[in-house]
Design a protein around this ligand. Structure first.
Ligand code: MN
Length: 193
């Protein structure tokens, strides 16, 4: 099934404020875009999205990202989202798919670091291989990460911090505001009432 049909099928665009699906060039020009959204749905979680080939490849992080290399965070792959989704912050009606409040928790650019035989490996290939090596450059989250499809884990992936880090920095518990609007989830929720 195509990216568009999966995303579109799950949503009624007369009812949800989310953007409709289309592929597009990055607004970031030569750089690739990443976004992490905090989503207060049935279960509070984080959505991790990387711009690859005109769409946002997407994973659910039940616990959010960790800056500790020892903490491998489960990343459950979900349907591709349109690039415009990186600008979506608001409230999805409760009776709609993914109903709940969405915050743009962090956003920025990322760099593809994967090189094999002295050749850069395209992000598309990295995704297909289940092996993505990137540097994130966000406000809350930055540094090197790998995102790998784990063996024997039902197609799930793991997000792992690489290299040196500040073990005391745990932004998932200390950073509670939108990187774009400075609002908390509660403030976003109240803004549409
Ligand atoms: Mn979500």
């Amino acid at each position: 099934m195509s990216s568009e049909s999966t995303y579109g099928k799950e949503r009624n665009f007369d009812k949800t404020p989310e953007p409709e699906f289309h592929t597009q060039k990055s607004p970031a020009g030569d750089e690739s875009l990443f976004v992490i959204q905090k989503h207060d749905a049935q279960q509070l979680h984080f959505d991790f999205r990387l711009e690859i080939d005109g769409v946002l490849k997407s994973w659910v992080l039940p616990k959010g990202p960790s800056m500790d290399p020892a903490q491998k965070r489960l990343a459950i792959p979900v349907e591709d989202h349109p690039i415009d989704y990186a600008g979506f912050e608001g409230v999805i009606p409760e009776d709609q798919y993914g109903g709940g409040t969405v915050m743009i928790w962090d956003r920025g650019s990322f760099q593809n670091n994967r090189i094999e035989n002295n050749q850069p490996v395209s992000l598309k290939q990295c995704y297909e291989d289940g092996k993505i090596e990137i540097s994130l450059n966000g406000d809350k989250i930055s540094g090197d990460f790998t995102l790998v499809k784990a063996k024997n884990m039902d197609n799930n992936w793991l997000l792992i911090k690489k290299g040196t880090t500040d073990a005391n920095y745990d932004p998932v518990s200390t950073e509670n505001r939108s990187v774009v609007t400075g609002r908390t989830l509660k403030e976003i929720e109240n803004s549409v009432k």
